[in-house]
Design a protein around this ligand. Structure first.
Ligand code: NAD
Length: 298
């Protein structure tokens, strides 16, 4: 029997509908709405399209949103001053810096200048530390791992005591999702193994996984025979493997051989339409959370 497909596109809509209701409730209660600023330096087409999508989503939820586009020549000092302006702006609860930044600007210096209580991307070392501590401390989980965990929970996958194998140890996906799944709490309490390029028996580890999370960036890395029957497979990989000549759009593939895997596992996320749509959604969720926190709670 073919696996249940966990659709990120469908879940995104469910979550956005819930968030819209929450924003309406916030407005009725406080007279205010969440505020999100995205800072874009230069106009690289890919960055412009990401920022546009973020702002469009924020607008659809009724946020106060600002797209602040700066010249590619902005000095690091001026960029830091701009961040400080938003750090102290009471109408703003989330600050996003679209990466990559031009070479003359130090990414880390800029990201670390964001007030951790407005860091809705969850990249500030303070928020990374909070994720490590877990519980109520973990206010801004980074958006892709948060989306992965949300998909696991909403698909009804049991996580407590489950063997979770995470392929990849990046700072934005592998490491944080591994920590989050091992914490106490809903959608967690799992036994976690992280595997990577130096792992000796990748297949052997994957075969034990009740929940297999793959974020390696290698098309079809995970073979069907590595998959435990009935398991849940979350494919984070987004690999451009060609171009559709009719549409002019890139052909995308995940890190898992989807067609073969879906005949073995119990649940699986597709690429595209799986984890991808969840990332911006979780950014919106973090911004709503931040706004409530700034308004003193629900
Ligand atoms: P990264 O390149 O920073 O890290 C990849 C990790 O995978 C590394 O830790 C590496 O050790 C491991 N790895 C690579 N090849 C391997 C192999 N052959 N065997 C075992 N381990 C291997 O990547 P990242 O930023 O974590 O992204 C991973 C993938 O997820 C990419 O395809 C990226 O496009 C995608 N991604 C998707 C989203 C989204 O959908 N929203 C967000 C972030 C990343």
């Amino acid at each position: 029997m073919s696996a249940e497909i966990i659709s990120g596109t469908k879940m995104r809509q469910e979550i956005l509908d819930e968030l819209k209701k929450e924003v309406d409730e916030m407005k009725a209660k406080t007279g205010k709405v969440p505020g999100l600023v995205t800072i874009l330096v230069g106009e690289t087409p890919a960055s412009v399209s990401y920022v546009t999508l973020k702002i469009k989503t924020a607008k659809s939820l009724g946020f106060h949103e600002i797209q602040d586009t700066q010249s590619v020549d902005i000095t690091e000092e001026d960029l830091l001053a701009l961040i400080e302006k938003y750090n102290t702006d009471p109408e703003i609860h989330g600050i996003l810096i679209q990466l990559p930044l031009p070479k003359h600007i130090d990414d880390n210096k800029v990201l670390n200048a964001i007030n951790p209580d407005k860091d809705v991307d969850g990249f500030h070392p303070v928020n990374v530390g909070r994720i490590m501590i877990g519980g109520d401390e973990a206010i801004f989980p980074p958006c892709t791992p948060a989306g992965i965990q949300e998909m696991i929970v909403r698909s009804g996958t049991e996580t407590s005591g489950a063997e979770v194998v995470v392929v990849g140890r990046s700072n934005i996906v592998g490491k944080p999702i591994a920590i989050m799944m091992a914490q106490k709490g809903v959608g967690a309490n799992s036994t976690v193994t992280i595997v990577h390029t130096r792992t000796k028996d990748l297949a052997g580890h994957c075969k034990r996984a009740d929940i297999l999370i793959v974020a390696a960036g290698v098309p079809d890395l995970v073979k069907p025979e590595w998959i435990k029957p009935g398991s849940t497979v979350i494919d984070v990989g987004v690999n451009r493997v060609g171009m559709n000549e009719k549409t002019g759009k890139a052909i995308l593939k995940g890190d898992v051989d989807f067609e073969a895997a879906k005949e073995i596992c119990g649940k699986i996320t597709p690429v595209p339409g799986g984890v991808g749509p969840m990332t911006i959604t979780m950014l919106m969720k973090n911004t709503v959370k931040s706004a409530w926190k700034h308004f003193g709670g629900k």
